[in-house]
Design a binder for this molecule. Sequence first.
Ligand code: KG4
Ligand code: ZN
Length: 344
Amino acid sequence: MDKKSLFSGKTVKIGPESGYDNYIMAIESSCDETACAIVKNGREVVANVVASQIKTHEKFGGVIPEIAAREHLDAINIVVQEAFDQSGLKPEDITAFAGTVGPGLVGCLLVGLNAAKTLALVHDKPFIGVNHLNAHLCANFIDTDLKPPFMALLVSGGHTQIIDVESYSKQTILGETIDDAVGEAYDKVARLIGLPYPGGPRLDKLAQEGNPKAFELPQAKVDGYNFSFSGLKTAVLRLVKSFDGKELPVNDICASFQECVSKTLVKKLKKALEERGYKQVVIAGGVAANSEIRKKVFNLEQEGYRVNAPAMKYCTDNAAMVASCAYFNTNTFDDIDVEVFSRV
Ligand code: KG4
Ligand code: ZN
């Protein structure tokens, strides 16, 4: 891929065909993590810095966008400097600067995206704008030799999609949630049973101590590869109410919920794999860190599939996945005037 340096307009080759080592610095600030990373040739992480705002938002039970944006401003220069320090590289060693354009919280995205654009301008390098969802998928290229085609299950706080990844740049969404995303359902159910923010990982932990067969919860019947999780959330609410103030069997509720979600996801993923005839499958997004979803997807190895999941630290929001995406993906936003966007 040919890109232009922002100031001089000089052509710079980026990507697997470039014929030399690429070092891409990327910034991610779409929600409550300020992150900066440098990745060599899309797969080798030479610096990875994540400043989490969990402590700040914990007391509110969720992310407060204005506070998040201000915290990004406080952290951005520090994480960029830390990434240079970790790698031992200087700005002139960087091939291009990348940043997340969207989807995400607008005020938050603005901080990271403008930092990436500014770095590219000041150091006369190309700027590469990246879609956050594409970046989650590309986390699967880190520390592996994985190449498309493969089927992907993308599960995050805002999205639930089955994606046919035909090539690095050709991706087709086969299905998605028609209401709540999986991560959203996890966080809502967690709140319902009294777990603090962020609920998903906490619910996962308790589920591992419970009986997944304790309660029969409904798997929504939705056409094709689409999903629906709002009915399940309501079913858990009803279940909780049925205890009428008596002590809740929290671990069993978590385990039954987790069993229902993971079964639903993997059933449709398998159907897509069979229909498309792919031999490779990956999971991505924050909820790909979930123990039961990982287990069920990795069980597909017994049926002859090659399964890949990013390391835990590359499942939740990070900038290494953004750098990898900037290297491999041709569906990028390279115009310096590109605006942030909140939804796809
Ligand atoms: O991808 P991500 O970091 O941010 C978005 O792009 O949305 O995903 C965050 C979501 C949150 O809903 C969080 O509760 C969920 O991922 N999550 C989990 C686990 N770890 C993170 N959900 C279930 N089990 C986990 N272990
Ligand atoms: Zn994310």
